[in-house]
Design a protein around this ligand. Structure first.
Ligand code: BGC
Length: 262
């Protein structure tokens, strides 16, 4: 990748591809806040890579994104060297898609594609509740699935996929994601029991210094986090629904300087 064509003064854009909406905003990397309004278009059905690329083109158009701006896009799947390798909760046609190339070709500009939880994790460590924390921070997002980001001394280890650790014979996200709480009408206490088991599993494997809990439900953290009985400090995310966009913009701008693949 060449950064010669980019001016470091142009604010980058983050795009967050989620199940119901695709959202975008320009980000001020000095503060980690939006430098434009956040705009949103319904996720197309089916949300194939080509259909999502059309929506991203429209979002960038509406934001008036200059050619010199770096663009980052989150995808809820493994993204290795720009290629999507898994699609647990999205259209299966993403698997094997060279998303960096597809989006860059369709949009006529370089686009950096990364995992959604990795984006949220980077944003929390840079601007949020784990700001300036050293050691191992594990950020988990509790939503349709469970996403994870492992950040050690500020450096992201991408694609950790800790929502797929086995628990009761299946992926942990099938037992402890927020969608499971909703679908099975679990009480906060019942869900917290499952989360306790899940976070204990992570504790046993990784001995982290801090857990950060993100995803939409983290705004209800007071209802369930105090009931999660583990030894490691565990706190709600600070950036809530801006983290994906902010992290995507951050990585798009800084990727050339980070020791990340792609
Ligand atoms: C996917 C992850 C994603 C998480 C949250 C999981 O099912 O495998 O890649 O980060 O959901 O969207």
């Amino acid at each position: 990748m060449s950064i010669a064509s980019r001016t470091t003064t142009t604010a980058p854009v983050g795009v967050d591809f989620g199940g119901s909406g695709i959202k975008a905003a320009t980000v001020d990397l000095g503060t980690g806040r939006f430098a434009s309004e956040r705009i949103r278009i319904e996720t197309p059905e089916p949300a194939t890579p080509a259909a999502v690329a059309e929506v991203v083109a429209e979002l960038l158009d509406r934001l008036g994104t200059p050619a010199s701006a770096a663009v980052g896009l989150t995808v809820p799947g493994v993204v290795a060297h720009g290629t999507v390798r898994s699609a647990a909760n999205i259209d299966k046609s993403w698997i094997g898609t060279d998303a960096d190339t597809l989006f860059s070709d369709r949009l006529g500009r370089e686009v950096t594609v990364l995992n959604d939880a990795d984006a949220a994790g980077l944003a929390e460590v840079r601007y949020g509740v784990a700001r300036d924390r050293t050691g191992l921070v594990i950020v988990t997002t509790l939503g349709t699935g469970i996403g994870s980001a492992m950040v050690y001394d500020g450096v992201l280890v991408p694609n950790s996929e800790l929502g797929h650790l086995p628990m009761h014979g299946g992926p942990a996200e099938h037992r402890a994601a927020n969608k499971v709480r909703e679908d099975h009408d679990l009480s906060w206490a019942q869900w917290a029991e499952r989360l306790t088991e899940y976070y204990r599993l992570l504790e046993g494997l990784f001995s982290p210094d801090l857990f950060v809990v993100g995803g939409g439900v983290s705004k209800r953290a007071a209802s369930f986090l105090p009931l999660v009985d583990i030894d490691t400090p565990i706190v709600p995310a600070a950036l809530l629904n801006t983290a994906g966009i902010v992290g995507a913009a951050l990585l798009a701008q800084e990727r050339p300087h980070l020791a990340l693949p792609g």
